[in-house]
Design a protein around this ligand. Structure first.
Ligand code: ADP
Ligand code: ZN
Ligand code: MG
Length: 481
């Protein structure tokens, strides 16, 4: 591998979460009964006419703006002709030479350094349906068609070939996914196929400027599979080149079971598709006013947010990374930090105990009964010595299960710290009396033994005694001076 430079370019397809499909009124729900989400238009019946979904255009423009693209003022759709059983019209409406967005860039972190990858274009096209074969039906003699997905708006984001390792490709894909989630144009659910990352991979001798022959790997639906596929493909190409062979330009499928890529089809050139302007659709003119309307509706993007967390809240870059994993986590943290005025403490709770609870329950932060108000109240209770950090953990557990406010839980369960000195004194004296050995050790100067006695007092008070007071009183009672 030392001889070669890896070159990767990515095509990312994202299904847009519009209410209806790209050219008809059908709503698409993943998992609906086969062919329930169809109409004559998305079934490709002769004589039907497509009408562009304005919201899909808006979403593509949102993505273009978020990724620093130039939004074209004049765009059009084209027919890409090919036959697939799941493509009912025998052509796909896509965009060829006038995509909605051009250029652009994605910036992300890789091994602690910022990397920027240029985008070539973002365009809109319609998704295809799905063929259902024997693996699903158990019947090798027939296949079935489900056209529910046919006509769902797909946005294709195409990068320049300037990514140089599988790790970098994954970081790039994660950054794109994060932006799409933040701007709420796609649910980016990889398992359900709403986000599909297709890497184009080639190798070239180190130092060479010319691109090598590439292969394209189809439809990866998890980052792990994508990683395995790219690593396998890089090695496969290196072996071919090492033995003096030539890489064949083709489209490959990665089989997660065997861990190998297999040829799916020879690579088509644009000519093979006989692209021509879609005659059933008007051209699209995007005026500046529309862009000016969309621009302010964009939220703060993940990278900007990380920088603000680091600068305004004094959060480490690692923690800022975690706290911006999803927009919902970032919103939660922002609000909790604002309410409690204790950003670092909030960060610790969110990344520690709250994450643990969310993971165990397998739910997302936005579905949790614990809200930023809960967390802020919990932190106040610790700050004003009503409860110890340890009790706070159990209060959070309770709030997580019931949704009750921390104050209420502390009240209902009688969890307030005992801060009454005379009450603690009485317990301390009792503990000293019950444990003469350790008490004498402390008097004799074995300071360690005090920990045991503190433990006994905490036990006697179910953790409710204020630890500082307990220490103070024990020290005073056992001092030999
Ligand atoms: P298509 O695959 O539809 O023919 P393009 O030719 O525009 O479309 O390329 C698609 C993707 O392949 C882009 O992301 C581009 O960066 C990448 N790519 C093109 N040539 C190479 C190459 N030699 N090595 C790696 N990636 C490449
Ligand atoms: Zn339809
Ligand atoms: Mg391609």
């Amino acid at each position: 591998m030392d001889k070669y430079e890896i070159v990767i370019g990515l095509e990312i397809h994202a299904e847009l979460c519009t209410e209806s499909k790209l050219f008809c009124n059908c709503a698409y729900t993943f998992g609906a009964s086969a062919n329930d989400c169809t109409c004559p238009i998305c079934l490709g019946m002769p004589g039907t006419l497509p009408v562009i979904n304005k919201r899909a255009l808006e979403y593509a423009i949102r993505a273009g703006l978020a990724m620093n693209c130039d939004i074209t003022t004049y765009s059009k759709f084209d027919r890409k002709n090919y036959f697939y059983p799941d493509l009912p019209k025998n052509y796909q409406i896509s965009q060829y030479d006038l995509p909605l967005c051009k250029n652009g860039e994605i910036t992300f972190e890789l091994d602690g350094e910022l990397r920027t990858v240029a985008l070539r274009r973002i365009h809109l096209e319609e998704d295809a349906g799905k063929s259902i074969h024997a693996e699903v039906t158990g019947d090798p003699t027939r296949s079935f068609m489900d056209f529910n997905r046919a006509g769902v708006p797909l946005m294709e984001i195409v990068s320049e070939p300037e990514i140089h390792s599988p790790e970098e490709a994954i970081a790039y894909c994660r950054a794109v996914k994060e932006i799409l989630e933040y701007i709420e144009v796609s649910d980016c659910n990889m398992e359900e196929g709403s986000l599909r990352c297709e890497p184009n991979i080639s190798l070239r001798p180190k130092g060479s400027k010319e691109l090598g022959t590439r292969t394209e790997i189809k439809n990866k639906n998890s980052f792990q599979e994508l990683m395995d596929a790219m690593q396998y493909e890089v090695k496969r190409q290196a072996r071919i080149l090492d033995s003096g062979g030539e890489v064949v330009q083709e489209t490959l499928l990665f089989d997660a079971n065997t861990g190998k890529t297999v040829a799916m089809r020879g690579k088509e050139e644009a000519d093979d598709y006989r692209y021509f302007p879609e005659p059933d659709l008007v051209h699209v003119q995007i005026d500046d006013e529309w862009i000016d309307e969309i621009q302010p509706s964009l939220p703060e993007l993940p990278a900007e947010r990380r920088t603000r967390f680091i600068q305004n809240y004094d959060i480490s870059s690692e923690n800022a990374e975690f706290l911006t994993t999803t927009r919902q986590i970032a919103d939660f943290f922002d609000e909790a930090a604002h309410l409690s005025k204790e950003p670092s403490i909030c960060a610790n709770w969110i990344m520690g105990d709250l994450s643990r609870l969310l993971n165990t329950a397998e739910i997302e932060i936005q579905d949790s009964k614990v809200t930023p108000a809960h967390l802020s109240e919990l932190i106040q209770l610790i700050k004003n010595n009503t409860i110890s950090g340890k009790i706070a953990k159990s209060v959070l557990d309770d709030a997580f299960d019931t949704g009750k406010m921390p104050k209420q839980i502390v009240e209902d369960k009688g969890l307030s710290q005992i801060t009454d000195t005379s009450e603690i004194e009485a317990i301390v004296l009792q503990v000293i009396e019950d444990n003469p050995g350790p008490a004498q050790d402390v008097r004799d100067g074995t300071k360690k033994a005090i920990g045991f006695l503190v433990g006994q007092v905490m036990k006697a008070t179910q953790g409710k005694a204020n630890p500082q007071l307990v220490n103070q009183i024990l020290n005073r009672e056992l001092s030999t001076e």
